[in-house]
Ligand binder design. Structure first.
Ligand code: HMG
Length: 433
């Protein structure tokens, strides 16, 4: 039986329905990180601005060997192992990224080769800033739900290295990492409410990265406004469909009927701002009287219950662009997987430029066991804290810089991971670690 009520008719009028969603999830992060209090002191900023004002504690720092491909391949290998999926059951591999390594050859094609995946499958990248991974996830889900997958699964990877200029306002919101998801029928982790989503897009210059630039350009405060406008429109689109499909009731605030909401997390405070905006939509749309005088307190309580549990990993890794929402999902399951079993959650994906989507799904009964297999505590514990001088040294390295010592533990450099080792005859080369 479907958990979510997100039933999808199989093709040719068959009466069977296919529950579709995320079956397993693997995470890869760089082996080194910078403590944001160290960064604040180096910039002459009150540390509370980063830790409380932005809600960030640590940020992952990628070395040249830890590029988007090596992070993506390491996360994908873990996800496939956790799902115990025969690679021949895959029919699609999509990588969502905005920090690819080549203008033509997709990251997905490198991953396809590194994991030795079968030839008979679709392999491509999707790009729209941080939304690229969600574009891949939606394509995979709809491919399976339509019946076109004919029983096969998809591998969707979100992988990025987020870079702003040294000493810019965006600097404390950097990060790097990859989240890979096996997308299947009868998923163990999260069954999506297929066809129940709200989208919002606009042509805005809130964040961009011109060709040839390594660092993003950003109109920071404007980008926050663009995100908040998008979440309001997307959430309203979702709720109209969710009420019509009777996934939530219309006579009570729909956002409060979700057990949790994961937002795209460029920095943790953004999720709080987004949640306040979503609640304001419910308040403005309410048909029953709403006690406005207690709203601030209710919003704070609801943030603690519905959103904060998803922020643990994000606060320690930073913005991983396409993977940020799914790092939030991993963090939520890690913190509250057992109690959320069979409960509906909301998810909001935002990509600057901009496009966005609010969607929902139901946590699977085996989510707890699947997230435990991702070894998230071990990944964090294996990391090395670096000094501000070492951070500056890494940031000053050019893309073709000689690579340092092979990493000893953690991240994509850990055993079974992958590492970029240089360019030979104009071809990027990778090694297993
Ligand atoms: P800023 O201007 O340096 O910071 O940069 P601020 O002055 O706005 O302060 C930030 C917060 O800290 C404020 O809280 C301050 O009050 C507080 P708020 O008013 O927002 O609630 N604060 C303090 N709190 C405690 N103690 C103190 C203290 N001092 C100040 N002593 C900004 C902030 C976000 C603009 C900057 O970090 C930035 O440009 N970041 C990059 C852009 C970004 O992350 N945008 C988010 C939305 S767009 C998005 O999510 C897409 C993206 O992921 C890209 C993609 O799609 O690919 C970025």
């Amino acid at each position: 039986m479907s958990l979510a009520g997100g039933w999808v008719r199989a093709p040719r009028g068959a009466q069977t329905a296919i529950p579709v969603g995320i079956d397993a999830l693997g995470v890869a992060i760089p082996r080194r990180y910078l403590d944001l209090e160290d960064l604040a002191r180096a910039r002459g900023v009150e540390p509370a601005k980063y830790t409380h004002g932005l809600g960030a504690r640590e940020m992952a720092v990628a070395e040249p060997g830890e590029d988007t491909v090596s992070l993506a391949a390491a996360a994908a290998r873990r996800a496939l192992e956790i799902a115990r999926l025969d690679p021949h059951a895959l029919g699609m591999l999509v990588v969502g990224t905005e920090t690819g390594v080549d203008h033509a050859k997709p990251v997905a094609s490198f991953v396809h080769g590194l994991l030795d995946l079968p030839r008979a499958m679709r392999v491509y990248d999707t790009q729209h800033a941080c939304y690229g991974g969600t574009a891949g996830l939606m394509s995979a889900v709809e491919w399976i739900a339509s019946g076109a997958a004919a029983g096969r699964s998809a591998l969707v990877i979100c992988a990025d290295v987020a870079r702003y200029g040294v000493a810019t306002a965006g600097e404390p919101t950097q990060g790097a990492g990859a989240v890979a998801m096996v997308v299947s029928a009868h998923p163990a982790l999260l069954e999506l409410d297929v066809g129940v989503a709200g989208a919002a897009s606009a042509h805005v210059h809130d964040f961009w990265r011109p060709l040839g630039h390594r660092e993003a350009q950003v109109d920071g405060h404007y980008s926050v406004e663009c995100y908040l406008d998008a979440v309001a429109t997307a959430y309203r689109g979702w709720k109209a469909r969710a009420i019509a499909r009777e996934l939530v009731r219309g006579d009570a605030p729909p956002s409060e009927q979700l057990a949790a909401i994961c937002y795209h997390v460029p920095f943790c405070k953004m999720a709080k701002k987004a949640h306040v905006r979503v609640r304001r939509c419910d308040l403005e749309d309410a048909t029953a009287p709403w006690d406005v005088s207690t709203e601030e307190l209710r919003a704070a309580t609801s943030f603690q219950l519905q959103v904060e549990p998803s922020l643990g990993l994000c606060a320690r890794i930073g913005n991983v662009y396409t993977g940020s929402l799914y790092l939030g999902l991993a963090g939520l399951l890690h913190a509250r997987g057992a109690e959320l079993s069979r409960r509906r959650i909301g998810l909001f994906s935002y990509g600057s430029g901009c496009t966005s989507e609010f969607f929902s799904g139901v946590i699977g009964p085996r989510a707890n066991e699947r997230i435990a297999a991702a070894g998230l505590d071990e990944l964090l514990a294996a990391r090395e804290r670096i000094s501000i001088d070492e951070y500056h040294r890494i940031m000053a390295l050019g893309p073709g810089a000689p690579l340092g010592e092979p990493p000893s533990s953690g991240g994509p450099g850990s055993p079974g991971g992958f590492r970029f080792v240089g360019v030979e005859a104009n071809r990027r080369r990778y090694e297993r670690t």
